[in-house]
Design a binder for this molecule. Structure first.
Ligand code: AMP
Length: 127
């Protein structure tokens, strides 16, 4: 079934400037901003500006220029925040929740960049 993008989701509203965000980086095709409810000392969300529901939608349908821009934006966010493995923050975790089993809350594609402390093992038991 084709993805249906809801342009009233909160990240769409951030992209339209209807609600504020704490921007870390803006590029031609991507925006990165601090998560409003951080789960680690560094918790940045990186989103494409295009209307993609989830990572799968983006990876499947976005033009190459947007995919390259998005990945370079992630690298730059890691550099800016210091969490790149070759930087002072000593590494990070990248998460993209998708769909119901992935427990995705905001239906605009995003990647969480988490770091600034030891993050423990990858998955906790489902709550
Ligand atoms: P997910 O479960 O992957 O969809 O995560 C959505 C994330 O968006 C959560 O970590 C929220 O804290 C975050 N979030 C929701 N609203 C905002 C907002 N207005 N600004 C920044 N982060 C937000």
């Amino acid at each position: 079934m084709p993805y249906q993008y809801d342009d009233q989701n909160i990240f769409a509203r951030i992209l339209r400037g209807e609600i504020p965000n704490d921007t870390v980086l803006e590029t031609v095709h991507s925006l990165a901003f601090n998560d409003i409810n951080p789960q680690a000392p560094v918790h940045v969300l990186v989103i494409p500006k295009g209307p993609y529901v989830c990572y799968h939608h983006f990876a499947q349908e976005a033009p190459e220029a947007e995919i390259i821009d998005f990945n370079r934006a992630i690298a730059e966010v890691c550099r800016i925040t210091g969490v790149a493995p070759d930087g002072p923050g000593d590494g990070f975790r990248m998460i993209s929740n998708a769909g119901r089993n992935g427990v995705q809350e905001v239906p605009h594609m995003h990647v969480h960049i988490l770091g600034g402390r030891a993050l423990g093992r990858m998955l906790q038991p489902a709550g």
